[in-house]
Design a binder for this molecule. Structure first.
Ligand SMILES: [Cu+2]
Length: 128
C-alpha cells in the first residue's frame, strides 16, 4: 500500500510541473511606485485588484519597486515567484526578476507592516 501511495504522489507532482519554456523569451518591465497612497495609488482603488500586471507565460518579468516614501521602507513580494520578495528603504529602489513559467493569478503584496499596509495587499500578476 505504501508503495502505491508513493507512486501516486510522484505522478501528482509530475502533472503539476509546467511545460518547458523556450530559450528566447519575451520580456516585461513594470515599475511600481510606493508612496503613502500605496502601490501606484492603490489606496484610491479599494476593493479591487491594484496594480495589475499581465504577462504571457514564459516571459521574463522584472518588477521594479520605486519607493518614493521618504518616511519608511516598503517591500514587494509575488506569490510563488518571489515569496520572500525585496525591500526598498525610504527613497530607494529594489527589483524582482523571474520567469513566469506557470499560468495563473499571483498576488503582489508589501512585505513590511508599514503605515499603508492594508492598501498594499491586493496587487496581481496575471500569467496567461
Ligand atoms: Cu509597505
Amino acid at each position: 500500500m505504501l508503495s502505491v501511495a508513493g507512486a501516486l504522489t510522484v505522478l501528482a507532482l509530475a502533472s503539476l510541473a509546467p511545460e518547458p519554456c523556450p530559450t528566447t523569451i519575451q520580456k516585461y518591465f513594470f515599475t511600481i511606485v510606493s508612496t503613502l497612497n500605496g502601490f501606484n495609488d492603490s489606496k484610491n482603488h479599494p476593493d479591487q485588484p491594484w496594480p495589475i500586471m499581465r504577462v504571457n507565460r514564459c516571459s521574463l518579468v522584472t518588477i521594479r519597486l520605486e519607493n518614493q516614501d521618504a518616511s519608511q521602507a516598503h517591500g514587494l513580494a509575488v506569490a510563488l515567484y518571489a515569496n520572500s520578495g525585496v525591500v526598498a528603504g525610504p527613497g530607494q529602489n529594489a527589483e524582482v526578476n523571474f520567469v513566469a513559467n506557470r499560468t495563473g493569478e499571483f498576488k503582489v503584496t508589501c512585505t513590511i507592516p508599514c503605515s499603508i499596509h492594508p492598501s498594499m495587499l491586493n496587487g496581481y500578476v496575471y500569467v496567461s
